[in-house]
Design a protein around this ligand. Structure first.
Ligand SMILES: [Zn+2]
Length: 410
């Protein structure tokens, strides 16, 4: 296997999570009687460019198909994040009714709606037909396709569409061919246009042992250094960066054409590069002890669940998301003895089963009916929001549990 950016042979294992089914594949009841396909989940560090990456075991087009169940608009905090972003971008870069905003992986239009509300022309691109259909029904033009250089040439530039703003949230890490993807951005960007991407920051993943953010759909694990290198290879320059609390700690990068002299590079770029270097991220040794830390979390999960079971406690999981599936599967949790069920706000997930563990997913009112002693917040990055929403579990002295970076009962 070769590095997806610099094509160097990959020999250094970052972490081996053995194997699991695709994390977003929720099972329908009838699928419980069918065999389940497990794919290896081994992550490598490229010793040349330090891109941390998983091999593309499953073709991207079979992951992001019409069964894909993630609808962005079901998360209220994510919607607030999107609105704040749109307002900030309009103010900072003077976007108006003559501008063109293009979002890659636009999902159900959760973000573009805020530009549309301000009469700024928008275009979404998303390979998933069922989420795109929701966007189109909201009046947000959306092309159902994968983005890349060929798409940019044929579907955008040839149709005289170029972006004043091209953005993508949680997509850069999800593309198999990152070089071709960034090349497509270069092609579709106006001369003085701005590009922003948000993605989980590898520094936070390593510092906080966020191993459950690793899954097959997530091909690359990105440092600011490595992203800079990938963008520079396509003649794009990073001119600003923001650190965000989303997804356990993300970066929002700002890029422009290398030739565009209308924008200055902020001191934040250099500051973050220096901080990553000081943390050791440019040395291979930084990536070497992650496996051991992940194993320690596995033992803590076992100890907690076995004790709860022996004490006769009722335990459920909140949030049927990819993160939880990685954790449960790596820890080998199967069936309903240790975790009786999971709940999720999205009706698209209810009455289905988590892959591999086969834990059933119910609606939110099941919580007050069952009165669990422990609610494990699987998407720990949303623990504040979820803790507030479910504060009523205190009525029967219920407690919340998170496992990353350490066991925390509160
Ligand atoms: Zn490389």
């Amino acid at each position: 296997m070769k590095c997806r950016h610099c094509k160097t042979d990959l020999n250094h294992v970052f972490v081996d999570l053995i194997s699991c089914p695709p994390s977003n594949d929720m099972l329908k009841p009838e699928q419980l009687n069918e065999p389940e396909v497990f794919f290896p989940l081994k992550i490598f560090t490229c010793h040349n460019c330090l891109l941390v990456q998983v091999d593309e075991m499953r073709k991207a087009d079979s992951i992001f198909n019409s069964e894909y169940t993630y609808f962005s608009s079901f998360s209220t905090s994510w919607l607030a994040h999107a609105k704040k972003y749109a307002d900030m971008m309009v103010d900072r870069f003077g976007l108006n009714e003559k501008s063109q905003v293009i979002e890659i992986a636009s999902n159900d239009g959760y973000l573009l709606q805020y530009f549309k509300d301000r009469n700024i022309p928008v275009l979404g691109v998303d390979p998933t037909a069922n989420t795109a259909a929701v966007a189109i029904s909201k009046g947000i033009p959306t092309i159902v396709d994968f983005f890349g250089s060929e798409f940019a040439r044929k579907k955008l530039v040839k149709q005289k569409i170029k972006g004043d703003l091209i953005l993508g949230n949680n997509v850069l890490a999800h593309v198999p061919d990152i070089n071709d993807f960034v090349q497509g951005v270069k092609i579709a960007l106006k001369d003085t246009g701005v590009v922003t991407f948000e993605f989980p920051h590898l520094m936070r993943l390593v510092e906080e042992a966020q191993f459950d953010t690793i899954y097959h759909e997530h091909f690359s694990y990105l440092s600011f250094h490595t992203v800079k290198r990938v963008f520079e290879s396509q003649e794009l320059e990073l001119f600003d960066v923001q650190e965000l609390p989303t997804h356990g700690g993300s970066l929002r990068i700002f890029a422009k054409h290398k030739e565009d002299k209308t924008k200055t590079v902020t001191p934040r770029v250099d500051e973050l590069l220096k901080r990553e270097e000081a943390a050791g991220m440019k040395q291979l040794g930084y990536y070497n002890d992650f496996q051991e830390r992940v194993e320690k979390i596995k033992y803590a999960v076992w100890e907690f669940l076995i004790k709860a079971r022996r004490d006769g406690k009722k335990v459920i999981g909140y949030g049927a998301a990819a993160k939880g599936n990685t954790l449960l599967n790596y820890c080998g949790i199967k069936g309903t003895d240790l975790i009786q069920f999971a709940v999720d706000a999205s009706p698209h997930k209810q009455n289905r089963y988590l892959p591999a563990s086969h834990i059933p997913v119910r609606d939110l009112k099941s919580i007050s009916e069952y009165k669990p002693d422990y609610v494990i917040i699987l998407p720990w990055n949303l623990k504040k929001e979820i803790g507030e929403q479910l504060n009523y579990i205190r009525d029967w002295e219920g407690k919340f549990v998170t496992f990353i970076p350490d066991l925390n009962i509160f």
